[in-house]
Design a protein around this ligand. Structure first.
Ligand SMILES: [Mg+2]
Length: 234
């Protein structure tokens, strides 16, 4: 599935590149809404460097925190479900090193780049996204189970566990996608996995992720969408 995601992401990039000559031709008319690729990257960099990205994450996490606090009081066998990349963990060093382009294969040379995504994940050096770490800690303090649910493949489990531990997380379950997957989208994988958690008797009160595909398909009382200006996973 990752390969499919990556392929689609690459296709989006190619589509933008294919449009560029026309974009250039239309720029003078003022009717062309798509920014050039350098301009789009500049805007992403500015969004991150200005602190707005972090502030937007904190605002969403605060809403989740408020709901968790109020809901936990009512009791039950409760759980939260948390996505990993750009939700629990930040891949910003690798994204920056690639000037917000996507590089899947090859070594990860930091901070200069390029930085291959798989190599970066295996380094297990992603920092926690702090408002999400605080949310996970609050859940555990309130007796609410924490399940991580990620599109990272099962073969990356050891590195992923090491990274989560180093980042300060504790959890009840870590669900990675099978190395060979047949679903067409992340939502088609993740929603049934949430259903399985509920079949264990849990009520998922909060589901937080940076992609709509982390949240679509039900099996959560409330969903919380973090910003991700870097990539889109269908
Ligand atoms: Mg994610």
């Amino acid at each position: 599935m990752r390969a499919q995601f990556l392929m689609r992401r690459r296709l989006v990039g190619l589509a933008i590149l294919a449009l560029l000559p026309f974009g250039g031709g239309c720029a003078g008319t003022g009717h062309w809404a798509t920014p050039s690729l350098p301009e789009a990257k500049r805007q992403v960099g500015e969004y991150v460097d200005s602190g707005r990205y972090e502030a937007d994450i904190a605002a969403v996490a605060e809403k989740a925190r408020t709901y968790l606090e109020s809901r936990a009081h009512r009791g039950g066998k409760l759980a939260i479900v948390v996505d990993l990349d750009e939700t629990a963990l930040s891949n910003l060093p690798s994204l920056r090193a690639n000037d917000y382009g996507f590089i899947g294969a090859g070594p990860c040379d930091l901070p200069r780049g390029p930085c291959g995504l798989a190599a970066w994940i295996m380094m297990a050096k992603a920092e926690p996204i702090k408002p999400v770490l605080a949310l996970a800690e609050l859940a555990r303090q309130r007796g609410v189970a924490v399940f991580f649910l990620t599109g990272r493949p099962e073969r990356m489990r050891a590195a992923t566990e090491a990274n989560l531990r180093a980042a300060g997380y504790a959890w009840t379950g870590l669900i990675l996608r099978p190395d060979v997957l047949t679903t067409r989208s992340a939502a088609e994988f993740k929603a049934p996995e949430r259903k399985k958690i509920e079949e264990q008797g849990y009520t998922i009160i909060v589901n937080v992720g940076d992609q709509a595909s982390d949240l679509d398909g039900g099996f959560a009382e409330k969903t919380y969408k973090l910003p991700n200006p870097f990539y889109l996973i269908p």
